[in-house]
Design a protein around this ligand. Structure first.
Ligand code: COI
Length: 358
């Protein structure tokens, strides 16, 4: 158990009087539905972030005219904490999440969040709720920092007030069943040039719900998003970055205006290169993938993301034709295994990706 110093020079800390921990069945965790005992909160007003605090997890009050409810000015992050076999808790590349949070905020005209508040809030919050993290590969704490426009106004302008929070949710797997079938988008797009696709803007996800629910009705778990101009290039899959193994090479879309600069994506690229695998970050068309399938050189497709880690795709469908992938996704499995071993402090972290929570 982590010894928690419940004082901080930067934050006000108010702890919960009663923990919800005993009422949670950790064998039956559904992603994103259970939250820990505390949350971090900080408000922006009068031109500055102020009063950072940790409080018992609680509901917020919001004016019905709060800007976020009308114009969706909000961004979020997703990261995970892991407990190793000795009970030590580790965050995975939180600096990358912090940098991306502020890149997203900048694009949405949200004031950047101070680094010292972010890391002190994160460390204290996770230490306080560390008993919510169970040991064993597969168990983790999903950490969700987010910020939204809280000014009471329906003027369509950037808000003058914001609320930043970090909440935490114990997690197991994101998808039941391990592999997914996906539909290649022929009409809808997730992002366009000059837009906010690279940012973790709340609206990027809301815009996926309708096409994804149509795909779900047809038996697919996710959509492979294609470029908005020609629906030719394969960009992301659902909420994940996407990788294709063709003839021994690993190919993924380059990061640009439309592609999320995924922390798992960049970690997988590093791990794959260090295994001597050729990694190409380049536009990849559906025609090339279908051709590779026909000639037998399409070996694997998998998605990556914080929530899913690495998720093999079993089949994709394009223009009403379904293409099955080989049962065994060796590379996806190997990369996932290595990444998890680093995250759970089971092997040496030669990249300095993990950060201890103390
Ligand atoms: C993540 O993997 O962090 C995501 O963004 C997925 C989330 C939308 C559940």
């Amino acid at each position: 158990m982590i010894e928690v110093d419940k004082t901080s020079k930067l934050l006000k800390i108010e702890t919960a009087t009663k923990s919800k921990l005993t009422s949670v069945d950790f064998n039956d965790i559904v992603f994103g539905k259970t939250f820990t005992d505390h949350m971090f909160i900080c408000k922006y007003a009068d031109g500055k972030w102020q009063n950072p605090a940790i409080k018992p997890f609680q509901q917020l009050t919001l004016d019905p005219s709060a800007s976020v409810l009308h114009y969706g000015q909000a961004v979020f992050e997703g990261m995970k904490a892991f407990k190793d076999d000795n009970g030590t808790v580790w965050l995975f590349r939180p600096d990358e999440n912090f940098k991306r949070l502020n890149r997203s905020a900048h694009r949405l005209q949200i004031p950047e969040f101070p680094e010292n508040y972010f890391f002190e809030g994160l460390q204290k919050l996770i230490s306080l709720d560390s008993e919510w993290i169970k040991q064993g590969v597969g168990n983790s704490l999903y950490v969700r920092p987010f910020v939204f426009a809280s000014q009471a106004t329906v003027q369509a302008i950037a808000s003058l007030e914001y609320t930043f929070l970090i909440i935490c949710s114990p997690a197991k797997s994101y998808y039941d069943g391990g592999k997914i079938n996906v539909l290649v988008a022929e009409k809808f797009s997730r992002a366009a040039n000059g837009g906010v696709g690279f940012a973790k803007a709340a609206g990027n996800y809301a815009a996926q719900f309708y096409p994804t629910s149509e795909a779900t009705k047809k038996g697919y778990q996710q959509i492979i998003w294609t470029d908005s101009e020609k629906h030719k290039y394969l960009e992301e899959a659902g909420t994940m970055n996407i990788f294709f193994k063709i003839n021994g090479k690993l190919i993924t879309s380059p990061v640009n205006d439309r592609i999320l600069d995924g922390v798992t994506r960049k970690s997988i690229i590093t791990l794959a290169k260090d295994k001597g695998i050729d990694v190409e970050e380049r536009p990849l068309s559906i025609d090339e993938v279908v051709k590779a399938h026909k000639t037998g050189i399409l070996e694997e497709i998998f998605g990556t993301g914080t929530a899913v880690v690495v998720l093999p795709i079993s089949s994709f469908s394009y223009k009403d034709v379904s293409y099955s992938l080989p049962q065994k996704a060796d590379l996806a499995e190997n990369l996932k295994k290595e990444l998890l071993a680093i995250q759970y402090n089971q092997i040496e972290d030669r990249y300095n990706w993990t950060v201890k929570v103390d």
